[in-house]
Design a protein around this ligand. Structure first.
Ligand SMILES: Cc1ncc(COP(=O)(O)O)c(C=O)c1O
Length: 411
């Protein structure tokens, strides 16, 4: 498979055995990476090895297996710290995924810092998981949700964002990359603007970390969340990064084992960071699998990944724009390799079904971003979202598949 970037995609594809299969007797083209990415063998092996050789609960044992599993768990925390360029591993909290990370901040930060009449700012591009937790908080506290609008390309209107900031603003929560449109938001600039008002910023990086190097200290974000399963790691595990000072000041999210230093019926003393936010037995194998995924990405290099995907984005955009009746939804100047589109005369669901018969996996629907669909006046799109193992040939297969759809529906 010829590629013109420094990424050896043929070799990378061999790391992902699932990609070699046929679906409906066609070679699988997996273009549903924004929903979840595939796992390299090294991630699966790390999880298997843990269960076969080291499995024990962490932090509470003096025996050999417990020491080994604790060490593997804490090593993974340091890997994630370096992956995000965080200042300290105590700033890395393991959660179930981006969704839980956002809920943790909404509840723990919100409980302490948000009151009646205060304002939370989100954007019109957000995934439901970065909308609903804030709506719940606002309802509970009598606070107000403000929304940064987007233009017809699917880019945030930054001048309007600046106007939303005021002395009542308590937090900004914004995605780094939009799952529905692929737009990459200028989060560094936005964080700078928010900090001039002393307002902290949570960045939802679920769709960013698989595609670009993220440097939390350089961004100066106050919170950053992502999900393991979108970054070639397992499901059920994710990360909340938070600045130590802020995390220290927040009450715990959940109560239980491991998050305490001592408990009496009169008074409980909470554990220090990061354990204060990790109540109960965590997904130990998931954390170890995530650590293996981080190792894998480091080996490949995110700069090479970004260059490869950018080339696919340009190639795919040109190819799809040449199809009559096809409209790309989300044409931001800065975007990830996500093609959201509608085809005149064909419901996205039918489009997805025919493509599946061609062996091509795309997602159809509102992509958990109904306000984005409303903004563009459509109920749904078909979305092809790419990852480091995708190729030009697969984009060609998508284009051929779309012509097949047009033939089937006479569109
Ligand atoms: C931008 C964005 N944020 C948050 C999420 C939620 O991720 P999870 O379901 O893994 O918690 C997603 C999932 O698609 C997403 O795309």
């Amino acid at each position: 498979m010829p590629v013109s970037t420094s990424l050896d995609v043929s070799s990378i594809r061999r790391d992902f055995p699932i990609l070699a299969q046929r679906v409906h007797d066609r070679p699988l083209v997996y273009f549903d990476n924004a929903a979840t990415s595939q796992k390299p063998k090294c991630v699966v092996d790390a999880i298997t090895r843990f269960y076969l050789l080291d499995n024990a609960n962490i932090h509470r044992g003096v025996h050999q297996l417990s020491e080994r599993s604790t060490q593997a768990y804490e090593n993974a925390r340091v890997k994630v710290q370096r992956f995000l360029s965080a200042a300290d591993s105590r700033e890395i909290i393991f959660v179930r995924g981006a969704t839980e990370g956002i809920n943790l901040v909404a509840q723990a930060y919100g409980r302490k810092y948000v009151g009646s009449g205060d304002e939370i700012v989100i954007s019109a591009l957000e995934h439901h998981s970065n909308i609903v937790p804030w709506q719940m908080l606002c309802e509970e506290k009598g606070a107000v949700l403000r929304v940064i609008p987007i233009n017809d390309r699917g880019e945030l209107e930054l001048d309007k964002f600046e106007k939303l900031l005021n002395p009542h603003t308590r937090l900004i929560a914004v995605s780094h990359v939009s799952n529905a449109l692929g737009t990459t938001n200028p989060v560094r600039e936005m964080i700078g603007a928010a900090h001039r008002w002393n307002v902290p910023v949570l960045v939802d990086g679920a769709q960013a970390v698989p595609h670009m190097k993220v440097d939390a200290q350089n961004l100066d974000c106050d919170f950053y969340v992502f999900s393991g399963h979108k970054v070639f790691g397992p499901t059920g595990i994710g990360v909340l990064y938070g600045k130590e000072r802020l995390l220290e000041s927040m009450p715990p999210y959940q109560g239980g084992g491991d998050m305490i230093r001592s408990v009496t019926f009169e008074k409980t003393i909470y554990n220090s960071l990061p354990y204060k936010f990790e109540a109960g037995t965590p997904d130990i194998a998931g954390v170890i699998g995530l650590g293996a995924a981080v190792d894998y990405l480091n080996l490949i290099g995110l700069d090479a990944v970004a260059a490869h995907e950018h080339e696919l984005l340009e190639y795919g955009t040109q190819a799809l724009e040449g199809i009559s009746g096809l409209r790309l939804i989300g044409t931001a100047r800065d975007k990830a390799a996500v093609f959201s589109f509608v085809l005149a005369g064909v419901h996205p669901h039918d489009l997805g079904t025919v493509l599946d018969h061609e062996g091509i996996a795309v997602r159809t629907g509102h992509h958990c971003a109904q306000p984005v669909m409303d903004r563009f006046g459509i109920p749904a799109t078909a979305r092809a979202s790419l990852a480091l193992y995708n190729t030009r040939e697969e984009i060609d297969a998508l284009v051929t598949g779309i012509y097949r759809v047009k033939e089937v529906f006479g569109a």
